[in-house]
Design a protein around this ligand. Structure first.
Ligand code: AHZ
Length: 315
């Protein structure tokens, strides 16, 4: 290949030569009014591909043996991850989220309404995150006012961004847990010892595509927060029933905010050796009520799930 052709094949035709890895402009202020000469630093497409894939595969390699796997990155899973990662920077925490977008049902407060409602003492978690809220004024019926975050997405994006900044956390999104790894405990019971994963798009097409075998992550402890029953919800507890590790599910009951939130927080626990369940997935085990559009129990169930996890982990 002639040298000139080979050179163009390697680098795009550009006159911008980075000096010490830097190009001009370096600040957005320097960009203003200088668009005629604006140019991105040169790149070859393979650099992008390698930069992404080598990191992803390094993460797959690193987290193939995790300390804790959290299934589901909804409000409960993210709150769990925040508390665990903050308390124990020495633990490798993998979060597996079936959706492309983490956050579960917490991008809106209820129906299509933006405000997110929490009630005391869940405001402690908002202060921990630094999420601003206002107290709704007390009225004749409700002496203690609920706390309002102006947009549910403010809570979700804040907890998500804090979780992602912990160096000991890796979020694998667009990835579904499609089974649990189990070991016998020698007494007729099982211990959950990891998760079986696949790209969510593959998980959704096992019926109409030829089988694509999954991947695995070993971990001594799993926290499952997959939400109430639905296409993807209540995953781990349904699997526990089908493998006869627990006899049956209680089935989520109708909405009662007052009983539901307390029940979910108090019930957050290790329901099978190696598997802690929190958030609305728990309502399917315990036959607890749903709480609908109020999110304090999800955050505080996450706080308790982290505490339970550390108890088990430190045994
Ligand atoms: O995509 C799911 C969601 O983001 C994810 N998930 C479910 N199954 C999964 C699987 N592998 C990987 N097999 C999976 N990820 O889990 C997340 C669950 O989030 P969520 O917001 O549905 O659950 P939560 O318990 O954190 O919060 C529930 C909040 C409430 S209460 C309520 C009601 O009372 O009606 N409804 C909701 C959404």
């Amino acid at each position: 290949i002639p040298a000139a052709v080979a050179k163009t094949a390697i680098m795009p035709n550009t006159t911008t030569v980075p000096v010490n890895g830097q190009t001009k402009p370096q600040t957005i202020e320097e960009m203003a009014g200088a668009w005629k000469d604006f140019q991105f630093a040169p790149i070859r497409e393979s650099q992008v591909s390698r930069a992404m894939t080598k990191r992803y595969f390094a993460d797959l390699d690193k987290y193939a043996e995790s300390d804790i796997v959290i299934i589901g990155a909804g409000s409960c899973g993210l709150s769990t991850a925040y508390c665990l990662a903050k308390a124990r920077p020495d633990l490798k925490i993998a979060i597996i989220e079936a959706g492309v977008a983490p956050g579960g049902g917490a991008w809106l407060g209820g129906q299509l309404f933006s405000a997110m409602i929490m009630r005391k003492p869940a405001d402690a978690f908002l202060r921990e995150l630094g999420v601003e809220y206002e107290d709704d004024g007390p009225d004749a019926n409700f002496v203690v006012p609920p706390q309002i975050v102006k947009h549910a997405a403010l809570f979700t994006s804040t907890v998500l961004s804090k979780v992602l900044q912990f160096p000991n956390v890796k979020l694998f999104n667009a990835t579904a847990v499609e089974d649990l790894i189990t070991r016998t405990d020698g007494k007729g019971g099982i211990r959950v010892a990891g998760v079986v994963t696949n790209w969510t798009l593959v998980t959704m097409h096992h019926d109409d595509q030829s089988c694509m075998d999954p991947n695995t992550i070993n971990a001594p402890l799993i926290v499952s927060t997959t939400g109430h029953d639905g296409p993807f919800g209540a995953f781990s507890v349904k699997r526990l029933v089908s493998m006869q590790a627990i006899p049956s599910l209680g089935g989520m009951r109708g909405l009662d905010m007052n009983t539901a939130e307390d029940a979910i927080v108090k019930g957050t626990r290790e329901i099978c050796p190696g598997l802690i369940v929190g958030g609305m997935e728990l309502s399917e085990v315990d036959g607890a009520n749903r709480m609908g559009p109020t999110f304090g129990a999800m955050a505080i169930s996450g706080v308790k799930a982290a505490e339970e996890a550390l108890k088990v982990f430190d045994q």
